[in-house]
Design a binder for this molecule. Structure first.
Ligand code: ATP
Length: 888
């Protein structure tokens, strides 16, 4: 069979059995069965069994099992059986945690999976890229990634970057002509588009010829490694900390082992005790809890319309101090309606045009021809700016499809936000005309004539003044203005941007795009959270300023500037002035990078939104690049760390609030784990150093580890959101999570729990029964740690946030409480867990002592609420940094 590039479109369509309506469902099914899904193969995933077995890879667990086996061999069977069971249960819990974390990461990936636009059953639909099959007609627009290999069948100045295949970084201009040559290289197959390349300009449709591993990319690609999430800074931080902590704990365990031996305990018993202490004290769950909480957090954020592509992003959300946002569609509704028209030196309302007048009809026709939007059965498809023009045509009973059929498009230069113009070519009244629409300032500079009811004449300074004044008037009312012009061309060759000059001005169409209802509140929330919102838009400065004022971004002392003013500033100057600028208008994507950098150099963490292909570098430069899910290109989404599925600014603010909450929950969870573990170590150390008997049996330590290390810690990570986090300034990146205050708090809380456990131990010892003493110490430590979960929920007193408002913690606590009491009260369990009989009074003592740290800590929190000091600090900070610019 001849190569695809050597075939005509018709030949290929008939070979692949495709009609101009695309494939139907049955054929899609057939092709999928034949060629499989359009995806590169991945290396095999770990099975559940492998994950389970990996839980035993921990050296300490191996040592523990080994020691328990020896102990069993020596005839001591009860304790080792419990050790085996607890280790097994821990491994099951670990496996479940791993699988849960993996599932959330997978669903995260699925959410941000790339999509493709195809023609099927005569309808253009969007599907997941992996569902593309051979024979599909695939549409490519600027900013798309090509998702399969295919022969170009319709081409509008398509340019593609094929560097992933050829290494060539320059874009390649494509064609839909047949290429006759044999044995051509990939770069010479100019009438084909290849999977993995990126559309940098123009648009096209291609007939898919190969998918998945059969594509050129599939042939060169190695098996995709199951992309492993990179560890987040917090995880790395904790891993390092855990290693140091583990070393310290091991030293303590060696000391305890030595002391026990010295006091005449058997070698095996001392050894098992030391190892059990290490297993219980080393917070091995720390890192996996962070992963689980972060990945569950991504799901929560996704439900609120923001897809976080990397776990790391969640952590950084809380650091954001600047949000640079697009205007159109993000802060505004992107529902445009034409309000005013300027034509023939008159300002008209949208419904006052008279199609009987040739010049007025001409403007409507131009607005429908230089336009890609359509409305079918009340469904609007396309750019809202252009949809507004189609709706304008409807008012005058002019149907866009009929008009476009009567005057077919012969050529076009697509709109791009840098040029801010769009042009199309049509035969009208036996003339070939190029219709151009776009931003007035750009278009006016290319205009030489003006069309009025008196005919066409050179444009005068007076005309220009009138047009500009009208534009200013429209813009001041927040209207978005499009200018229209045309010219006759007498050429057969394709038009280029050099043809966009010597134009004849016809009129202006101004449309309203009201701010989203929620924008003003979201902006206010940002400011009170110490975050500065900034508007960056391609629109006119006056329009942008009008909207920015309405929603509270632009206040008295902040300024609006235009892109060309940035061009005149050096990076240093921009850095000096950046704090006073809240609106950037008529910017191009390069300006965005400079603005982000200027803020970053001032030590800020910057979030930046973007949608176009040229926005990708700025999205990458920003600390958090945010792409638009609805209007954004695949390239922007690929470059971003977060995608907004509703393109809405307020979603960013919600995500930040979630991010801040998640971080604070993780911090609380770590605090809970570490303070509990320290309580255990301090108790054992105390007993060893004061020559008291060993306070816990190894099974006690393992039981506590099982009950308190996983479930309550995860439950703390799922603590409901607190509004207060948005009344605090952004977290400073340089402040580590494990700082001095945090350390002192942990130590203090651990000490408190330890004192209570040892008090229980002494009460037991006073009766002369060592086993009873150990039972009391164990149950107090266990219960106090479970109750301590409630202390760790917030900086505020539990009575302020509601005792039962974290239902997961209530469940984890209840489960632990029931299990502990079962061990204390049921005879068979008593034997297994080396627990002695205890009286009701002793049980009450245990309950009372376990509650003591809780009561102490809660009383302290009520007497010295941290939020007060925080509020004062926060007020001062805001006064100094943010508010002063608005107030002066
Ligand atoms: P933002 O950057 O906030 O999304 P924007 O949508 O106004 O704002 P661009 O899409 O870059 O930014 O548009 C810049 C200017 O280009 C607009 O002010 C308008 O004058 C013009 N413009 C927008 N859309 C079109 C279009 N489809 N055809 C021709 N000109 C357009």
């Amino acid at each position: 069979m001849k190569d695809f590039h050597q075939k005509s479109k018709q030949e290929l369509m008939s070979i692949l059995n495709v009609t101009s309506k695309g494939l139907n469902n049955k054929e899609v099914q057939k092709q999928r069965e034949k060629y499989g899904l359009n995806q590169l193969q991945e290396t095999a995933k770990k099975t559940t069994l492998q994950v389970f077995l990996e839980q035993f890879k921990d050296l300490l667990v191996i040592i523990l099992l080994f020691a328990a086996s020896i102990s069993m061999f020596l005839g001591n069977s009860e304790s080792p059986i419990v050790i085996f069971s607890v280790v097994l249960l821990n491994a099951i819990l670990g496996t479940m945690q791993h699988i849960k974390a993996e599932q959330s990461l997978n669903s995260l990936k699925a959410l941000s999976a790339p999509t493709a636009k195809v023609l099927r059953n005569g309808e253009k639909i969007e599907i997941s890229s992996k569902e593309v099959v051979v024979g599909d007609i695939l549409y490519l627009d600027t900013g798309d990634y090509v998702s399969a290999d295919g022969r170009i069948i319709e081409n509008y100045s398509l340019q593609v970057n094929e560097s992933s295949l050829t290494g060539e970084s320059e874009s390649v201009l494509k064609t839909d002509d047949i290429i006759k040559k044999d044995n051509v290289t990939i770069s010479d197959k100019k009438n084909m588009a290849f999977s993995g390349s990126l559309v940098t300009y123009g648009r096209a449709s291609i007939l898919v010829t190969s998918v998945g591993m059969d594509t050129e990319l599939g042939k060169v690609a190695e098996l995709l490694e199951n992309t492993k999430e990179k560890r987040t800074p917090l995880q790395v931080n904790l891993d390092n900390f855990s290693k140091k902590l583990a070393a310290a704990i091991l030293i303590i365990c060696v000391i305890v082992f030595g002391l026990n031996m010295h006091r005449g305990y058997a070698f095996v018993d001392s050894f098992i005790f030391a190892v059990a202490l290490a297993v219980a004290a080393i917070p091995e769950a720390l890192s996996s809890i962070v992963t689980i909480v972060l990945s569950l957090g991504t799901q929560k954020i996704a439900k609120e319309n923001a897809i976080v592509r990397k776990l790391q992003t969640i952590e950084s959300l809380g650091n954001i101090s600047i949000i640079c946002s697009d205007k159109t569609g993000t802060l505004t509704q992107n529902k445009m309606t034409v309000k005013k028209i300027y034509i023939d030196n008159k300002i008209l309302d949208y419904n006052e045009l008279n199609p009987e007048k040739p010049i007025e009809k001409k403007l409507i026709l131009m607005s429908l021809l230089c336009n890609d939007a359509i409305t079918i059965e009340n469904k609007e498809i396309g750019d809202p700016t252009e949809v507004a023009l189609v709706n304008l045509g409807d008012i005058y009973n002019l149907d866009e499809l009929t008009i476009r059929k009567n005057y077919p498009r012969l050529d076009e230069i697509t709109f791009d936000s840098e040029r801010k113009l769009m042009s199309t070519v049509h035969n009208i009244s036996e003339k070939t005309l190029m219709v151009t629409k776009g931003a007035l300032d750009v278009l006016l500079s290319k205009t030489v004539m003006i069309n009025s009811c008196d005919g066409i004449k050179p444009i005068t300074p007076k005309d220009i003044e009138n047009i500009e004044k009208t534009n200013e008037k429209f813009s001041k009312n927040g209207l978005r203005v499009l200018a229209f012009a045309y010219k006759e061309i007498n050429t057969n060759k394709s038009i280029t941007i050099d043809d966009e000059n010597n134009l004849i001005f016809v009129g202006l169409i101004a449309m309203m795009d009201p701010p989203r209802e929620e924008s003003a509140k979201a902006i206010a929330d940002c400011i009170s959270a110490g975050i500065k919102p900034i508007m960056i838009t391609g629109d006119h400065k006056i329009t942008a300023s009008a909207i920015a004022k309405q929603i509270g971004i632009l206040k008295q002392d902040s300024r609006a500037i235009e892109g060309h003013e940035i061009d005149k500033m050096s990076d240093k100057e921009l850095k000096q002035k950046v704090e006073n600028i809240s609106v950037y208008a008529r910017v191009s994507p390069e300006h965005k990078i400079r603005i982000v950098r200027a803020w970053q150099e001032k030590g800020n963490i910057v979030a930046m939104t973007g949608d176009g292909v040229n926005d990708a570098p700025a999205l990458k430069q920003a600390d958090i690049g945010i792409a638009m899910g609805i209007t954004g290109t695949e390239v922007a989404k690929d470059a971003a760390s977060m995608i907004l599925t509703d393109d809405n600014f307020s979603t960013i603010v919600k995500a930040i609030s979630n991010g801040r909450n998640i971080y604070s929950n993780i911090k609380n969870s770590i605090k809970f784990l570490l303070s509990g573990n320290i309580a255990g170590i301090l108790s054992v150390l105390y007993a060893s150093l004061t020559s008291l008997p060993v306070p816990f049996a190894p099974v006690h330590l393992l039981f506590i580890n099982l009950l308190t290390d996983s479930l309550p810690a995860i439950a703390l990570g799922l603590e409901p959101n607190k509004k207060e986090v948005m009344r605090e300034p952004p977290r400073d990146v340089s402040t580590p999570i494990l700082n001095k205050t945090f350390g002192i708090n942990i130590l203090f809380e651990g000490l408190l729990i330890s004192i209570c456990s040892m008090t229980a131990f002494h009460i037991g010892l006073n009766t002369g029964d060592k086993k009873l003493a150990s039972t009391m110490a164990f149950s107090t430590l266990c219960l106090a740690r479970l109750i301590h979960g409630f202390n760790s929920r917030s900086k505020e007193s539990i009575f302020k946030i509601g005792l039962f408002s974290n239902k997961y913690l209530c469940i984890a606590f209840s489960l632990g409480f029931v299990l502990l009491n079962s061990v204390l009260l049921f005879n068979p369990l008593k034997i297994i867990f080396e627990v002695s009989y205890i009286s009701l009074r002793q049980i009450l003592a245990i309950y009372g002592l376990s509650l003591t740290p809780f009561i102490t800590i809660q009383t302290y929190k009520s007497l010295f609420p941290e939020s007060n000091t925080k509020t004062t600090y926060y007020k001062n900070l805001l006064e100094k940094t943010i508010y002063h610019q608005f107030r002066n």
